[in-house]
Design a protein around this ligand. Structure first.
Ligand code: DC
Length: 225
């Protein structure tokens, strides 16, 4: 779909952990002067908030009750995220938070709450939104969709670097990462899958800058077509 004249585009970027999608999404948004929205941060924050409130993610009724009253807020200016006015930005980049998020994100009320909020952030256009289901569920009519991927070895290496960059020296357990990937791809609600009309990019052997340049060119061609 092409952006209506005057409307700023919605760019959907999906892919597995460690594919490089966060780095390319952030840079692409910067280069195009668009807001960057990291939806994984929201899943991590809500999963931690549920744990803090003693909500058992195996208890569907408790999850539904929590979600029906939850207020999630994300700032595209600094990427901060809060749940019920409690800040979570400083806590979300751990392996523990990733695993909790992978489990909580299977739950329909969690997905409905966050997908609704994500749509509200992109409804006026002007966003690069990254996650697992942006091109398939949140913005199926996005102006342009990318699916960013890389080999499992490359992805595990990048995740480890990411953790170190956030000051975590816990070892990355690649079995845990594989388990999360499997859960994300096989869940009933909005599994990670490639939208048919997305552009597939394998970043295993291309540097991030090269990927961003190629994406910029594709965005410009698509939006000016
Ligand atoms: O991208 P990430 O590693 O920060 O995501 C954390 C978890 O949240 C991941 O296991 C899958 C889930 N997630 C999701 O289900 N849908 C999204 N749009 C984004 C993340």
């Amino acid at each position: 779909m092409m952006a209506a004249p005057g409307k700023r585009p919605v760019i959907a970027i999906d892919g597995p952990a460690g594919s490089g999608k966060s780095s390319v999404s952030r840079l692409l948004a910067q280069r195009l002067g668009l807001d960057y929205v990291d939806t994984g941060a929201m899943y991590r924050a809500i999963a931690l908030a549920m744990r803090d409130d003693g909500v058992d993610t195996g208890d569907d009724e408790a999850v539904r009750r929590f979600c029906s009253g939850a207020l999630i807020e994300y700032s595209a200016t600094d990427g901060s995220v809060s749940v019920n006015r409690r800040p979570y930005s400083g806590k979300i980049r751990t392996e523990d938070a990733a695993t909790l998020a992978s489990v909580a994100s299977q739950k329909a009320p969690v997905r409905e709450l966050l997908a609704g909020y994500q749509r509200s952030l992109g409804v006026r256009g002007g966003v690069v939104m990254e996650g697992r289901d942006i091109g398939t569920v949140v913005f199926p009519d996005a102006d342009i969709k990318f699916f960013i991927d890389a080999s499992p070895e490359v992805r595990a290496g990048r995740r480890e670097k990411e953790l170190q960059a956030h000051g975590m020296d816990e070892p990355l357990v690649s079995r845990d990462m594989e388990e999360r990937d499997r859960r994300d791809a096989s869940r009933t609600n909005s599994p990670l899958k490639r939208a048919e009309d997305s552009i597939y990019i394998d970043t295993s052997s291309i540097g991030i800058d090269g990927v961003v340049e190629a994406m910029l060119q594709m965005v410009r061609e698509r939006l000016h077509a």
